[in-house]
Ligand binder design. Structure first.
Ligand code: G4P
Length: 287
């Protein structure tokens, strides 16, 4: 399949973000821990070039723990402050506050030398659609406010959420669109649901997903769908992947007219199993 990306309101959103970035000290960039490379937008480096930066490996609950550790090390080696989080459950969120102080240490010190004390750090959350920005903001703002005993509230006319006396968060996240020429990047964005599903051919996406999973996690498909052992080769081609999808349809009793395997339904099932973590915790990009 040819994976394409047609962003809708990109120019306007980027312009708004550029305006907002001027007001920030810190960018909190969310990436999807299952595809930490493909879920970043390279422009963020430029947009936030003179800002402190934190990279959060979000949805780390769906990614491979060993790979999470390797990606953390990678981002740290790149000079970023990194953390694994699960914005949905709140795991790891408590540590973000401390990391913010750490990431802005130099700025706080600079302010102090100039006699500026207690000026809160202003932070903005950025990331591609569906990476979990709103979930993170809710989780982080909720937790931090409870901790400091303040009620979360948005000042009228301003879009800042005051988390505590040291930190303000812009309540609207900066949306970055993924950028790719590489079809593999587009394909992985489609796997995780960060590409408009309407333009996706589900069966073809399922074939690609079968090939990718089988290469990286060779027992996952046979175990989940009770396929005969050695039913799939180590690196299946598209034709073999299509046969596997038929077998999944049979195993899951997805039948169409005349008892023919309904591979469309099997494709939906497989994609959904992957996205929700039922196939196991998986990271599709390696460092
Ligand atoms: P966005 O603002 O960046 O567009 O993303 P948003 O917060 O809307 O999150 C997109 C989806 O990702 C939501 O699922 C959300 O619950 C889920 N999500 C966010 N963070 C995490 C995480 O750390 N782990 C897991 N497992 N999921 C996460 P949804 O299906 O669209 O909504 P819902 O059914 O969960 O409410």
């Amino acid at each position: 399949m040819n994976y394409q990306w047609y962003p809708g309101h990109m120019t306007k959103a980027v312009r708004m973000m550029q305006e907002n970035i001027k007001l920030d000290d810190l960018l909190i960039e969310l990436v999807d821990a299952r595809i930490p490379f493909s879920s970043r937008n390279p422009d963020i480096q430029e947009l936030g070039s003179n800002k402190s930066r934190i990279v959060l490996l979000n949805k780390s609950d769906l990614a491979d723990p060993a790979q999470n550790a390797l990606w953390m090390r990678y981002f740290e080696e790149q000079g970023a402050h990194a953390l694994e989080v699960n914005s949905k459950s709140g795991a790891g969120i408590k540590r973000v506050g401390g990391l913010v102080q750490e990431a802005c240490k130099e700025k706080i010190e600079r302010d102090r030398k100039r006699g500026i004390v207690n000026r809160p750090i202003r932070a903005m959350v950025v990331g591609i659609p569906n990476v979990g920005k709103s979930t993170f903001i809710n989780s982080f703002a909720g937790k931090a406010c409870t901790k400091t005993g303040n009620k979360p509230g948005v000042t009228k006319g301003k879009q800042w959420i005051r988390l505590n006396k040291n930190l303000e968060l812009l309540d609207t996240p900066g949306i970055l669109w993924p950028k790719f020429e590489d079809q593999d990047v587009g394909m992985r964005l489609a796997f995780i649901g960060s590409m408009n599903d309407e333009i996706i051919q589900e069966e073809e996406l399922a074939w690609d997903l079968i090939r990718e999973i089988q290469t990286l996690y060779p027992t996952a498909l046979t175990e989940r769908y009770a396929l005969p052992e050695n039913a799939i080769s180590a690196a299946p081609d598209t034709q073999e992947a299509a046969q596997i999808l038929e077998q999944i349809a049979v195993q899951r009793k997805c039948f169409g007219k005349g008892e023919t395997p309904d591979t469309g339904r099997a494709a939906q099932l497989l994609i959904d199993d992957f996205r929700s973590g039922r196939l196991g915790r998986m990271t599709l990009e390696r460092r």
